[in-house]
Design a protein around this ligand. Structure first.
Ligand code: SF4
Length: 214
C-alpha cells in the first residue's frame, strides 16, 4: 500500500508528463459555438468523433442556432446525420432540446449541470463535456477510454464511470483538473488502446500498475 504522499507524486508526475506532451489539449468534436458543441456531443453517443465531424461538417455551416435547427426540422436533420448510429432517436432529441432552448432559455445553452441535464438526450457525461469545453468548468466527462486508462494504470480507478469521475476530482491535483479528461482520452485513444496498448512508447509506463503491459 502506497503512502498518500507517494500516490500524490505518482499522479502528479503522470499528469505533468501529459502536460509536457500537450499543454493545451482540445476535444476533437468540431463545433462553432456552444449550441453546435452540445449537438455534436449528443450525436457522439456510441459514435466516433470522426464520424460525427463528417456528418456535421456541412450541417454546422448553415445550422448554428436552436432556431435554425427548429426551422430545419427532424427530417431535414436526419438527411445530414443518417450515417451516425441511432440517428432517428438523436434527431428527435436535438429537435426537442432546440425547442426547449428557444422557449425556455432565450436560445442560449445554459451553463449549469442541472439545466443541461434537463434537456432531452443530455446525460451527465454530455453535460460535463459542454461544461468543460465551452464554459471551462473543471468537469470530468468519463468515457470508455478514461474508464480503461484510469483502471489499468490505477491512477484514477473506479467500478463505474461515476466512481472514476470522483477519483479524478479527488486525486488529480487542482492544476491539472481543467484538462485531465482530455489528457486521459488522448492517452486512451492513441497509446493505451483497448486491444493493443503501446506500452513500449508510453510516457507513464514506469508509473502504471497494469499487470499485462505489452
Ligand atoms: S504502460 Fe501500457 S497499460 Fe500502462 S498506461 Fe501505458 S500503455 Fe497503458
Amino acid at each position: 500500500m502506497k503512502s498518500p504522499a507517494a500516490e500524490y507524486w505518482r499522479v502528479h508526475t503522470a499528469f505533468s508528463r501529459f502536460r509536457s506532451l500537450c499543454e493545451h489539449p482540445k476535444g476533437e468534436l468540431n463545433h462553432v459555438n456552444a449550441f453546435t458543441l452540445l449537438v455534436a456531443v449528443v450525436l457522439s453517443a456510441q459514435a466516433t468523433d470522426v464520424g460525427v465531424n463528417k456528418a456535421t461538417k456541412h450541417l454546422f455551416r448553415s445550422i448554428d442556432s436552436p432556431a435554425k435547427m427548429l426551422a430545419l426540422g427532424e427530417e431535414g436533420l436526419i438527411a445530414h446525420i443518417r450515417s451516425i448510429g441511432l440517428f432517428r432517436n438523436k434527431a428527435k432529441n436535438v429537435i426537442k432540446l432546440s425547442r426547449i432552448l428557444v422557449e425556455e432559455f432565450d436560445g442560449e445553452v445554459p451553463s449549469s449541470r442541472a439545466a443541461l441535464q434537463s434537456l432531452p438526450g443530455v446525460g451527465r457525461k454530455t453535460a460535463n463535456v459542454v461544461l468543460n469545453m465551452w464554459f471551462h468548468h473543471p468537469a470530468q466527462a468519463v468515457d470508455t477510454h478514461i474508464f480503461r486508462v484510469g483502471n489499468r494504470t490505477g491512477l484514477v480507478p473506479g467500478k463505474n464511470t461515476d466512481e472514476v469521475e470522483r477519483a479524478i476530482e479527488d486525486k488529480v491535483p487542482a492544476e491539472f483538473q481543467s484538462h485531465a479528461h482530455h489528457w486521459l482520452i488522448l492517452h486512451g485513444r492513441y497509446v493505451c488502446r483497448a486491444r493493443r496498448p503501446d506500452c513500449g512508447q508510453c510516457i507513464i509506463n514506469d508509473l502504471c500498475e497494469f499487470d499485462n503491459k505489452s
